[in-house]
Structure formats: structure tokens, C-alpha cells
Design a protein around this ligand. Structure first.
Ligand code: M6R
Length: 611
């Protein structure tokens, strides 16, 4: 995830910026850059890779500049390279911008600005902001006014900072749906996207709110609103976290932080990709292969681990809503099959890291056999992103906890978008498409409601933390979620967890049930509800304990099971985006109770780059 640090004050800015950038490293990034304002000139330096590459490049620099901005970039638009690293500037090299977030309408704006004579040097969405400000400055000499005008043209999210030779000794900050925090100290004024970059210097902070615009000077700050020029007051607060806790933004582990970032991950996956009035999704990354894609006779989803469970659910929802033939395969097995691919086969590789060796091997094999190979990848510029013919990025931000959570929910969201994309090309009506979008757009709020029940789920976890064996069961759309829930528990708590399609219970696993072998049952009110109810009765009849994830307000299950966790009602197609959340929290809190190393479980790596 990109990071921002800014400083204007009495000390040299360069060491402050470098130290701040290092504090932001934990967020994950692929390049970085700084810009310093000195003697009415701005000097910029950018580098690909770690902050030490930036430092090495700056070794010859001496600078007394007391005003500067710094950025770590986690690529979303355009590969990781120096040209795409922030800060980005206008044509005249007078206005420099760093930005977190996504400018949704950047392509249209870029085209308009190119027609007006602006020269672009990067593939990023951010660069349009620098040129928009330059353009606005032609009519409004005042930089603050120009920034306001420029941002009025922008659709999307931003936390950004503007440094300009037109505004000596000051920095302009603005935010919309992307955090920006001001830091106040005797030695100057700071701004950052993350408290962790500030706490080494000051604990006095101001959290900007959406559409705030702040002007920082060495002696303080002034905040107005992007829609109204009147000054606004924001309360100063004292941070009581140390640096370590600040990186996790107060959460005890990255995994928990990432679980809580899931409403945002869903919103980011959807951002700019839905047209509610037409009931369609727009997937820009597939534009170049659209015709070939829509002509496909067979779609094969390949991936590993959690990404494989996303693929499994992808098959269910694609088959439910479209007529395409869909298969899934574990990437590590794909090459062992005697693959007899039909003409017009499309292989979609799903990978958070984009570096998983088994998935890479599968896509190479698929290419060799002549398939069109697409990627659904979180890490821009990764090997899978580069080796696939086209694809879709998650925009979920870096996932640091080894156990995948927000990337999974983001993968699912994009598989829903893909389903809508294909279904509307086939027989899905406009009104059904609009309803599909309404359901999907309601998901982030519903996830928030489940996260608000964390304390209840922690209580349940406490009651079960001493058990060593668990069964997870679900049917239809909830079957892949049962598999994912069990994997989460195995990974971070080292407990034995088996997951089955609930209908399989009677074919063997039911022999395991006893009072020491609890079952986690997914039983939302859907077309499989009665059958799930029967499974739960069968477990109870064998003195098995049951934790049931069901629909809030269910009149029967709470009385039947030992522990009931309710999720908000939704149509069964979308329920997996909700039922997975309590399972992640249950696994997390059981691991916590057992004192496990949650973010870096034993034997596991975040990117599995060996076959
Ligand atoms: O980066 P990828 O999505 O390709 O990774 C695939 C698996 O290694 C990954 O999902 C793994 O199963 C996670 N640790 C699950 O939490």
C-alpha cells in the first residue's frame, strides 16, 4: 500500500522524510521517491526497490531544504519503475504531487490534458493531478484554489500532498477516502498517510476528514473544505501508541488489521468497475481480449491454497449465472493432467502474490497448449501479471499476514464482477444485473456489521480453543468457504481441521464425531438450509458440539446448536462474502488463545516461489 510523509519546519527535511519512509516500509511497496523545495527550486529523486536504494542514490546529495514530501509506491497503475514512482510533476516542473488512492476517471482526464498540450511521462493515474493543477493555475494564480479546482474534476479516492515553487514554505494536503494525518510539533508540521510515520517526531495529531484540504506551514496548519472555503476545526488528539503498534494501527496483528480492512478491500475491488444504470461491470484490463474471451468454450481457473478456494467459489457463481463451461484445478496438479484443451480455452490464474511457482508453471503449460491466459493478481508487475495475456488487478493493497484474508475477499469480489461481465453478455437481464450490483454494493456495510461482533466471536473462540480437532462443513456456495475456514485454522493455530461438503459427512467423516471433535457448520437461510439443518441434527445426535454460522434472526438454529454466529441476510449467491468473516475471526481468536505466532506461522511463507 502506498505511503506518504511530508514535512515543513525548522530542521533539514531529507532525514525526516527518509526516516518516515522507513517507518512506512511495513505496508509493502515497490519504489519510493522524495521532492525537496529549496531556493524556489524543487529537486526530486526516485528509486525502484527498497528505501536503501533511494538512500544510496541520495548519498551525493546535500540539502538544507526544510520542506519536502516523500512517498512509497505500491503499484496499481503501471509497473514498478522510476518513471511511475512518485512524486509526479506538471510540465513545467513547478508542481509535484504524491498520492495514495485511485483516480477512477484518469484516462478521460489524461486524454483531455494531452489534447490541451500536456506531456505525460508516466503510466500512473496520479500524474493527471499534477497536470490538472497546472491547468487550473492558468486561471487561478492561487495554488490552493487551483488544487481545489483540480480535485473537483477528479473521481475516486485520494490522500495527497502538493509541493510547489508557487507556494514557498508550505505543503498542501487533501483527502477523500484515503487517510491523511497531520502531526504538530515545535520543530515543524508533518503529514502522513499513517500514524507510524509520525510518532517518532510527535504524538500530537489531527485526523483529516473526507474532502478536507490543509495548508501546512512551519508554524502550523489551516484546514478548509474542498467544497467550501471557510476554515474548519478538527480536534487535535494525542497518540498513545508506540511505533510498533502504530504500524498495525492499533491492531495486535497484521492479520486482524487485514480482516478489518475487508470492507475497504471489497470497495476497492469494485471501484470504477460497475455501471449501476446499465447493470454491467467494466473490466478495463480485459478490454484488449474481450472478443476472444467472450467466444471462449471453456474456462479453467487455476490457483493454490486460499486462491484455489476463491476459484472453487468462482466456478459455482459462474455456473449459476452463465452458460460457460467452467473447471477449476489446483495449479500444482494442472500440469500432470493429460490436458485436452478445447479450442478457445481460457485459463484464469488467481494469485495474491503473483509469484506462486505452481501457478506460474500452470500458466506456462496453458500457454504452451494455446490457451488465452488471464490473471487475477494483487501485486502489480509480479511475474504472473507479466506473463499473462491480460488480467484484472485486485487493488487490495499489500497483505502482510501470511494467512490470506482480505486478498481472498477481494478475489471473490472480482470473480463476482467477472460473473456479471459474462452473464450480461449472455442472458442476464438489465434488471437482474442492477439487482446483482445492489447486492454486491451492500456487502461492505454487512461485513462491517459482522466485524462489530468480534467480541462475541472471541468469546466463542475461548470456549473452543482447547479442542485439537475440528470439522468444517458447508454446501453449495458455502462449501468453498468451509474449506477456507478450515485452512485458516490450520495455518495459524496448527490445529487439525477437516473440511467437507456437508453431504459427504455420512460417507465417512461422521465416524469422527464425538464430544471432543466440534463442527463448524455454515447454515445460512438458502436453498441448502434444510439439508444443513439435517446435518447439524446428525452431529448433535452423536454428541458432537456445533458452532453454526447462520442468518441473523434465524428462529431455529440458535436453539439447536451450541454456539450461533449470525451474519446479515443476503441472497445465497453473495452469502460467502459474509460467512467467511466469522471463520477468519474464529481462527484468529483461537490462535490468539493458544499463543500462536499469528502473522508468521511456522513453516509457511507469504509467497511460495518453489514448486
Ligand atoms: O499468492 P497466492 O495467492 O498465489 O498464494 C497461494 C497460496 O500459497 C496462499 O493462498 C496460501 O494458501 C495462504 N497462506 C493462505 O492463507
Amino acid at each position: 500500500m502506498c505511503g506518504i510523509i511530508c514535512y515543513v519546519g525548522k530542521q533539514p527535511a531529507l532525514p525526516v522524510l527518509l526516516e518516515g519512509l522507513k517507518r512506512l516500509e511495513y505496508r509493502g511497496y515497490d519504489s519510493s521517491g522524495i521532492a525537496l523545495l529549496e531556493d524556489e527550486q524543487i529537486r526530486r529523486f526516485r528509486a525502484v526497490g527498497k528505501i536503501r536504494e533511494l538512500e544510496t542514490g541520495l548519498i551525493e546529495w546535500t540539502s538544507d531544504a526544510k520542506t519536502g514530501i516523500g512517498h512509497t509506491r505500491w503499484a496499481t497503475h503501471g509497473k514498478p519503475c522510476v518513471e511511475n514512482a512518485h512524486p509526479h510533476s506538471d510540465c513545467a516542473g513547478e508542481i509535484f504531487v504524491i498520492h495514495n488512492g485511485i483516480i477512477e476517471n484518469y484516462l478521460a482526464l489524461k486524454q483531455e490534458l494531452i489534447t490541451a498540450g500536456h506531456r505525460f511521462l508516466s503510466e500512473t493515474d496520479t500524474e493527471v493531478v499534477a497536470h490538472l493543477i497546472e491547468e487550473a493555475c492558468r486561471e487561478h494564480a492561487d495554488l490552493e484554489e487551483a488544487v481545489t479546482r483540480a480535485l473537483a474534476r477528479v473521481r475516486g479516492t485520494f490522500g495527497l500532498a502538493v509541493l510547489s515553487t508557487r507556494h514557498a514554505n508550505s505543503i498542501i494536503i487533501a483527502r477523500r477516502s484515503s487517510p491523511m494525518i497531520l502531526g504538530i510539533s515545535d520543530s515543524g508540521t508533518f503529514a502522513a498517510s499513517d500514524v507510524s510515520a509520525l510518532v517518532a517526531h510527535t504524538k500530537q495529531v489531527v485526523y483529516l476528514q473526507d474532502d478536507d484540504l490543509a495548508v501546512l506551514t512551519p508554524d502550523g496548519y489551516r484546514i478548509t473544505n474542498l467544497h467550501a472555503p471557510a476554515e474548519v476545526n478538527r480536534q487535535e488528539q494525542t497518540v498513545d501508541w508506540d511505533v510498533d503498534a502504530a504500524e498495525k494501527q492499533g491492531f495486535e496483528h497484521f492479520m486482524l488489521k487485514e480482516i478489518h480492512e475487508q470492507p475497504e478491500a471489497v470497495r476497492n475491488a469494485m471501484r470504477g468497475r460497475l455501471v449501476p444504470s446499465e447493470g454491467i461491470s467494466v473490466l478495463g484490463g480485459l478490454a484488449g481480449v474481450r472478443e476472444q474471451f467472450l467466444r471462449m468454450e471453456q474456462l479453467i481457473l487455476v490457483s493454490c491454497g486460499t486462491s484455489f478456494y476463491a476459484a472453487m467459489l468462482g466456478r459455482y457463481i459462474l455456473e449459476f449465472c452463465t452458460d460457460f463451461r467452467v473447471e477449476v484445478d489446483v495449479a500444482s496438479e494442472f500440469r500432470y493432467r493429460r490436458l485436452n484443451l478445447r479450442d478457445n480455452t481460457v485459463v484464469l490464474a488467481i494469485s495474491q502474490s503473483g509469484e506462486t511457482a505452481d501457478t506460474l508453471a500452470a500458466i506456462r503449460e496453458a500457454k504452451r497448449k494455446g490457451a488465452l491466459v488471464l490473471g487475477l493478481v494483487n501485486v502489480v508487475g509480479s511475474n504472473i501479471a507479466r506473463e499473462t495475456d491480460a488480467g484484472i488487478y485486485n487493488h487490495a493493497g499489500p497483505e502482510i499476514g501470511v494467512a490470506s484474508t482480505k486478498a481472498f475477499v477481494s478475489q471473490l469480489t472480482i470473480l463476482y464482477l467477472l460473473t456479471l461481465y459474462l452473464a450480461r453478455h449472455q442472458h442476464m437481464s438489465v434488471t437482474d444485473g442492477q439487482e446483482f450490483i445492489r447486492e454486491l454494493e451492500s456487502i461492505p456495510d454487512k461485513i462491517e456489521q459482522i466485524l462489530a461482533k468480534s467480541a462475541q466471536i472471541q468469546q466463542v473462540a475461548r470456549r473452543y480453543a482447547q479442542f485439537r480437532d475440528f470439522m468444517y462443513i458447508g454446501r453449495k456456495f458455502n462449501y468453498p468457504i468451509a474449506l477456507e475456514g478450515a485452512l485458516k485454522l490450520k495455518e495459524i493455530s496448527y490445529l487439525h481441521a477437516e473440511a467437507y461438503a456437508a453431504g459427504e459427512m455420512k460417507h465417512g467423516p461422521i465416524a469422527l464425531i464425538n464430544p471432543d471433535f466440534p463442527s463448524v457448520c455454515l447454515a445460512t437461510q438458502d436453498s441448502t438450509y434444510d439439508k444443513m439443518m439435517a446435518n447439524i441434527q446428525e452431529i448433535k445426535a452423536r454428541c458432537g458440539r456445533t458452532i453454526v454460522v447462520g442468518t441473523e434472526g434465524d428462529a431455529q438454529l440458535p436453539a439447536l446448536c451450541d454456539d450461533f454466529i449470525g451474519v446479515p441476510a443476503s441472497s445465497e449467491l453473495f452469502a460467502p462474502l459474509l460467512t467467511v468473516i466469522p471463520l477468519q475471526l474464529l481462527a484468529y481468536y483461537i490462535a490468539l488463545e493458544n499463543g500462536c505466532e499469528i502473522d508468521q506461522p511456522r513453516n509457511l511463507a507469504k509467497s511460495v516461489t518453489v514448486e
